[in-house]
Design a protein around this ligand. Sequence first.
Ligand code: ATP
Length: 143
Amino acid sequence: MFNVTSGIIWNIRRKMFNVTSGVGFLVSFKYRLLQRATKNFSEELGKGGFGSVFKGTMPDSSIVAVKRLMCSAGEKQFRSEVNTIGIIQHVNLIRLRGFCAQGSERLLVYEYMPNGSLSSYLFPRDSTSLNWNMRYQIALGIA
Ligand SMILES: Nc1ncnc2c1ncn2[C@@H]1O[C@H](COP(=O)(O)OP(=O)(O)OP(=O)(O)O)[C@@H](O)[C@H]1O
């Protein structure tokens, strides 16, 4: 999601919104709050190219997915994801609720997706697989 989707959305955003920055409506979370919400990053949901994602429960009881970026992701990559994903709201895109940039920590807070990643459905370990009609519908949704 980080790589490909961000790139695509970045292009769409530049064309449609013609803005270059802006995180105004996203919440800037304190690191301590996210540390508490994730029980010190104890429940890992998965790993991506830029870091691990942890399940968390916010003070309002909502469940979130907190992506903790590895330092190597860099400030530029971080700003890019915050700016691009943060500005677009669509039923087929995971909503970015906010971020944390405190000291050397870079975290992104997304709404939690209880059904896991699309790849686990496209490439299942067991024999259950999506039929072609469902795959077609998903491809249309992505497009
Ligand atoms: N919002 C979410 N809700 C629930 N699980 C999530 C959420 N975001 C990520 N995950 C889990 O964490 C894993 C890693 O996600 P992440 O976005 O970091 O990487 P990716 O999209 O798989 O790959 P890449 O970082 O290379 O783009 C996902 O495969 C998924 O299992």
